[in-house]
Design a protein around this ligand. Sequence first.
Ligand code: FMN
Ligand code: SF4
Ligand code: SF4
Length: 423
Amino acid sequence: MGMTIDELLKTSYWVIDILPAQVPKDGPGQYFAVEKYFLDEKRLAAIKEKHINLVLKLNCYRKISIDGGESNPAPELVAAEMRKRYLHITVDESMILSEPDDANLTIFNPDAELLDLVREIAAGEGLYVWKPPFDGKEVDKVSLVTFSPTGSSMAVGRRIADAMAELLSPKAPGPAAGAEQAEPGAAADLHADAALQAELYPVVDLCGQNTEASYGPETVCVFSVPCYGGRIPRTAAERLSGVRGNSTPAVVCVTYGNRAYEDALLELADLVEKNGFTVIAGCAAVAEHNIMHVFGKGRPDKQDKAQIVQFAAETALKIKKGNAGLLRPLPGNRPYKEWGGSSLPIEVDQTMCTNCGVCAKECPVGAILTPGWKTDENACINCMRCVKNCPAECRHVPKERLRAMTEQLRAACDSRKENAFFG
Ligand SMILES: Cc1cc2nc3c(=O)[nH]c(=O)nc-3n(C[C@H](O)[C@H](O)[C@H](O)COP(=O)(O)O)c2cc1C
Ligand code: SF4
Ligand code: SF4
């Protein structure tokens, strides 16, 4: 097993319960009296048998072990142990917590397939699986953390942060006078100016120098990074370790160039959760491919932008109501897809170069050598920032290479992909 029990206890969890959802504090019913009734010794023993049935039925499909012991212990042993003591039952990278005196089980870090299976078996046992909502009623600040060499992830992240700040942060300007019916996010375009943005909410640019930050539970942090080969860029992953949360809600977003985002969103969510954040929502947004611009051309378009703003506004409203949270695990697999690295040469047409130095100044990994502004191919992550930002347009991927790559990926990238939202 990859994760320790302590690490698993900090991951997202779901409750397997006799009730279908968390009972509201101010509800008209009598939760405590009913709970007491079910916790009567005989009734609790009957519920525990349902828990045992669930774990054993699950064990027909997935490998389990108890407290890190050997795999697939005898069913009689599992049942006896579940009746008498507190147990950590590991199921691959997930864990079920079972207590003899509890009417519910808790499952930490389930993959999507496992959660579906648990839901199905639980339903057969007359049990329910629900996600505790994130009680973030005190959230009144927004922050954006982004790694965005060519700007798409920054733009999408800003759109989300703008719409959320508009609803959550008292500093953000409300709808203009006479425009009470304005859509959430309508102020987004007013916020285009970077100085104004910085006042509304802080932006941590992981391509820049200051990449460390920490947040408490009063801030919702929007993370937005691109997908590289189905993963998040390794530089972004490294720098994210300097961004720390403390029960801080997080919205994770990856942009991708109309091929696929595979394990990138899950990897981003896992990383930020490891750093003290609680992921409450996520999205994968299509953007123009920054190497092969024919793919995802013009994305995000008007429809994408409206969807992104709606997602952000809905997430902010859920935070305000204290019921934000992921209802399903994010898509992707663990272990993540292997990332073979990218090895595109970035060439410089010396005849056009004006020696302005912009490329070297802006390269997020310091991969541009002087004199000559050549690319250090060992350090370059192929992020395309220097190609995009060279004022003389003299940096490029060799045409033949680009053409061959475009043809190779055409079948996978040609048809329109849709954004995906989770929350
Ligand atoms: C090295 C590299 C790898 C990429 N891999 C993928 C990929 O696996 N799937 C995809 O759809 N787009 C891929 N893209 C396209 C980017 O994900 C997309 O253009 C993204 O929006 C760029 O973000 P940025 O503008 O914030 O830098 C890749 C781009 C680069 C530079
Ligand atoms: S940004 Fe372009 S023009 Fe400026 S130094 Fe680099 S290669 Fe030359
Ligand atoms: S040299 Fe490589 S890593 Fe640096 S900006 Fe250019 S493409 Fe990105």
